[in-house]
Design a protein around this ligand. Structure first.
Ligand SMILES: Cc1cc2nc3c(=O)[nH]c(=O)nc-3n(C[C@H](O)[C@H](O)[C@H](O)COP(=O)(O)OP(=O)(O)OC[C@H]3O[C@@H](n4cnc5c(N)ncnc54)[C@H](O)[C@@H]3O)c2cc1C
Length: 422
């Protein structure tokens, strides 16, 4: 049986590609190795599915530090607002949360996955589950079909590779597509973990002094070897038994990975009070101390920081938390303020790619037509989603990139196939 379009992978990019191809009236086969479609989508956004993000397009691009600019052309065809309209048309009402994040009002990722599957069925897309693809076949510079691990061959005029990256492999994304891309002559840039917890050998981490402590709305920075700030993210973070995690740490992680290529340890800094300038903070603390000089310093400073962090920073500066506040020298107060504003520590790695939320690197976007997601090297071959060398922060940016590139890949794969129908 010959199909117009075969889509490999039923994640957000492949589901959208299949729908878009079927809308063009192509005869479409969607193949997935798993027993369910949209497995990673179903666990994204804490199981609520962070469908997209409502920030303006320029902001979305900024939140996709891995080749986001490549998506400008794609966004001119189908963008985040189109994703919102698309889901509303399918009957999935969405709501906006902090930082522009969009979720289904049901707070249930399954409602998103179900709507996509219903639409596939309505459009008559053929699906094959439990069918790992072994290879994509090319002949004379053209894509001709795919071979399953069972040896079964399916012919098609165009093939969309939507198999995702290499992170969280139990969802099916095991990096199978890179070899098919290379076989077609594509460059696969180095893979690395992004949006991944960061590890540290610092004693306070190894001794689990702050394990489980969350810091809200802090500014977390990555410094380069010269001590210059590479990036700062203002969000929440958490200390874990191996290092740090939480939104700010995840966003910083790709910059840590890059800096770790140059050195065994990278310096990070926490500004726990980013709204206060150091001098104003020093004056404020000094005034409070003056008012209550007999009170224990830890009580005078109560509420300034979460208690565990306050005690930790006092100890770091050799200040006895029970000491009367009035006994503290100006130098000690200044040193404490400096720790509040700029507590530096070293990090030494990240959890592995398999544990990362997102895979950095992938099929080079230089070899992809940006308005079609077509290979520049092999006719009838299309790529979309996380297999591409595109990676964003969590917050709906990767899923947006997957839907947008999926839409373009599916539409154009169908147009190509229909124009080549015998
Ligand atoms: C826990 C978690 C939370 C996340 N939260 C967010 C978030 O809040 N915001 C955000 O933007 N991103 C988030 N992400 C990332 C986002 O989910 C992914 O970027 C996105 O799912 C990628 O979509 P995709 O279609 O490219 O690939 P995937 O979703 O990985 O889908 C690939 C599909 O291809 C199939 N497949 C693979 N190999 C084969 C083969 N050989 N044959 C047949 N089928 C195959 C797989 O079974 C799978 O179904 C999160 C990821 C995780 C793991």
């Amino acid at each position: 049986m010959k199909y117009d379009v075969i889509i490999i992978g039923g994640g957000p990019s492949g589901l959208m590609a299949a729908i878009a191809a079927a809308e063009q009236k192509a005869n479409v086969l969607l193949i997935d190795k798993g027993d369910k479609l949209g497995r990673k989508l179903a666990i994204s956004g804490g199981g609520r599915c962070n469908v997209t993000n409502r920030l303006p397009v320029d902001e979305i691009i900024k939140h996709i530090p891995g080749n986001g600019r490549f998506l400008y052309s794609a966004f001119s065809v189908f963008n985040n607002e189109d994703i919102i309209r698309f889901f509303e048309r399918l009957g999935v009402a969405l709501k906006e949360e902090d930082h522009g994040r969009m979720f289904p009002v049901t707070d249930d990722a399954q409602s998103v996955v179900r709507a996509l599957i219903n639409e596939l069925q309505r459009l008559g897309v053929h699906t094959r589950l439990n069918s790992p693809v072994a290879d994509v076949e090319y002949e004379n510079g053209k894509t001709v079909g795919v071979t399953l691990k069972t040896g079964e061959f399916f012919a098609a005029d165009s093939v969309v590779v939507a198999v995702g990256g290499k992170s969280v492999p139990h969802t099916g994304s095991t990096g199978d597509g890179y070899a098919w891309a290379e076989k077609a002559g594509h460059t696969v840039t180095e893979l690395f973990p992004t949006e991944v917890p960061i590890t540290s050998n610092e004693r306070f981490i190894q001794e689990r002094t702050l394990q489980g402590l969350s810091l809200r709305n802090i500014a977390l920075s990555v410094l380069n070897q010269k001590g210059k700030t590479v990036v700062t993210h203002r969000m929440d973070m958490i200390f874990t038994h191996f290092g740090i995690s939480g939104p700010a740490a995840l966003r910083c992680s790709q910059f840590v990975v890059k800096e770790l290529k140059k050195s065994d340890a990278v310096t990070m800094s926490i500004d726990a009070l980013p709204d206060d300038n150091a001098e104003a903070l020093f004056q404020k603390i000094s005034a409070t101390i003056k008012n209550e000089p007999k009170k224990a310093i830890k009580n005078v400073l109560k509420g300034l920081l979460p208690e565990r962090y306050l005690l930790f920073l006092l100890e770091k500066n050799g200040i006895d938390p029970q000491a009367p506040a009035g006994m503290l020298s100006h130098e000690k107060v200044r040193a404490f303020v400096s720790s509040c504003k700029n507590f530096t520590f070293h990090v030494h790695g990240t959890l592995p790619l398999e544990k990362a939320f997102v895979t950095g690197g992938g099929v080079s976007v230089k070899e992809i037509h940006p308005k079609e997601m077509a290979s520049k090297l092999m006719e009838g071959l299309y790529f979309c989603g996380e297999i591409l060398d595109i990676h964003g922060y969590t917050g709906g940016y990767n899923i947006t990139a997957a839907f947008v590139t999926g839409r373009l890949a599916g539409t154009n794969a169908a147009k190509y196939a229909l124009s080549h129908r015998a």
